[in-house]
Design a protein. Structure first.
Length: 189
């Protein structure tokens, strides 16, 4: 289940748009219905928000959204994709949830993968919703450079993240061996 959220700022054209604060959105019946569906394996939220809570002068809606999802569905993992601080950033909220920011503009491409999300068939979820989600047997340790949390945190899935600088050298390095013509530059560039 995916949600798109924007920070709760006031930096929009009030004559053209209205930004609904996350505190209002989480009270909407459509949101509550969506969160309580039994066929959810993962929550994803994407938006113009800092990934990490507590950034000075931040009006991020991610912490409120994360808390709401954790309080309502603590068994379902959550992954956030943010962008606002114009820096590479990563934060582990708890053993089943994290958020990543790629950087500024187009200087960085980032990706994150979660391995170990195991689900039950939909029929079983309908009869036993509490059994709809299982975590892989072996928790991973996530390295973090985040000063606001311990350097290592236990994460119940295998989490891998990677940042790619937007240049030919980086793309060449990461493409090596992945395709027939992985050498850059190619004849066509």
């Amino acid at each position: 289940m995916a949600f798109g959220v924007i920070l709760d700022g006031t930096n929009n054209n009030k004559n053209m748009t209205r930004i609904q604060p996350a505190a209002e959105m989480i009270q909407e019946s459509w949101f509550k219905d969506a969160v309580n569906r039994v066929d959810i394996d993962l929550f994803v939220f994407i938006g113009h928000n800092p990934g990490k809570p507590g950034i000075p002068k931040s009006e991020s809606s991610f912490p409120l959204l994360m808390k709401t999802l954790r309080d309502t569905r603590p068994e379902v993992p959550v992954q956030g994709f943010g962008g606002h601080t114009h820096r590479r950033d990563f934060h582990v909220y708890d053993k089943k949830s994290s958020a990543i920011e790629s950087g500024k503009y187009c200087d960085t491409v980032s990706w994150i993968s979660l391995d170990g999300i195991k689900t039950q068939p939909l029929e079983a979820r309908a009869t036993r919703p509490e059994a709809s989600y299982m975590i892989s047997e072996e928790p991973a340790t996530v390295e973090s450079t985040d000063a606001s949390c311990p350097k290592k945190k236990t994460f119940e899935m295998k989490l891998t993240r990677w940042y790619l600088d937007w240049n030919r050298l980086t793309f060449s390095y990461n493409a090596s061996g992945s395709q027939k013509n992985s050498k850059l530059p190619t004849d066509s560039t």
